[in-house]
Design a protein around this ligand. Structure first.
Ligand code: ADP
Ligand code: UDP
Length: 236
């Protein structure tokens, strides 16, 4: 399958149309941004790690009954996915306090919650992806109530599967962001990516950060952290 036209260039990926109107090709870049695009940089090899890791995790989810947009990996950076209409919500699941949760609510990072939390941001760069609740999402017409319920159920199920998977690799899944989309027939599927760009991963023994926080917070060892996660998932 060939790329026909670039339909979108985002901060981390390019999206192309194909000869099949129901399929896109996504191409993962090494470009990194943080703080709504204010901080920019390059993480060498990131596109390959994110493409391969995301595809691998989506296949695990599929095996566990979670529908995703994944179709076929065509090379290190490019993947055929189902074309979906993205529900403009960033769905964030948290198992442990970190990032904006710790900052907004005045708690330290690293507190394990009695059960996972969910929150939604309105995916809108101009507004800075503001936090919204599900009533707001419904009021804004971003999704139906049924779709929001489906998304919530899927997000918690994904958390259960991934938490267990990463635990076996010596990794704590702290929090992560998901995006969902609707296929031509209206089915809600997991879309976008699951990678060190969109998840917080801490080493289970040392709590060392193995994700994009190393870039956001200028901790150094950014490329090494992405390669370490690649090694944990795929072995040597
Ligand atoms: P951003 O838009 O935040 O800069 P990316 O650089 O990752 O993010 O761009 C990828 C874009 O493609 C995102 O807007 C994402 O919502 C969208 N997308 C992801 N998966 C699909 C899909 N299967 N079909 C259509 N759009 C998708
Ligand atoms: N996240 C993301 N994209 C965003 C915002 C957040 O992938 O635009 C991920 C982030 O990597 C983390 C989780 O969602 O794993 C929670 O992020 P948080 O709300 O703490 O925001 P941040 O600290 O990144 O501003």
């Amino acid at each position: 399958m060939e790329k026909v036209n670039q339909v979108y260039e985002g901060k981390a990926k390019k999206v192309f149309s194909t000869e099949d109107e129901n399929l896109f090709i996504v191409s993962y870049k090494d470009d990194a941004t943080a703080f709504n695009g204010l901080k920019k940089g390059t993480i060498t090899g990131k596109g390959i790690v994110n493409n391969k890791m995301s595809n691998y995790l989506m296949q695990i989810l599929e095996k566990n009954g979670v529908p995703t947009h994944f179709v076929e990996e065509i090379n290190d950076r490019e993947t055929i996915v189902k074309k979906v209409s993205i529900v403009p919500l960033e769905v964030i699941i948290r198992n442990v306090s970190a990032g904006s949760f710790a900052k907004n609510y005045g708690v330290e990072e690293g507190i394990t919650f009695p059960e996972p939390t969910i929150e939604f941001s309105y995916k809108n760069d101009a507004l800075g992806d503001p936090l919204i609740n599900e009533y707001h999402a419904f009021a804004l017409g971003l999704a139906t109530k049924e779709e929001i319920n489906t998304i919530k159920t899927m997000a918690f199920k994904i958390d259960e599967i991934l938490k267990e998977y990463f635990k076996n690799l010596g990794v704590r899944l702290i929090d992560f962001k998901l995006e969902f989309g609707k296929t031509a027939d209206g089915t809600i599927v997991l879309a976008d990516e699951i990678s060190p760009d969109t998840c917080r991963f801490w080493d289970i023994n040392t709590n060392e950060k193995l994700d994009k926080d190393r870039f956001r917070r200028d901790l150094g060892g950014v490329e090494g952290a992405y390669q370490e996660m690649m090694k944990r998932v795929f072995g040597e």
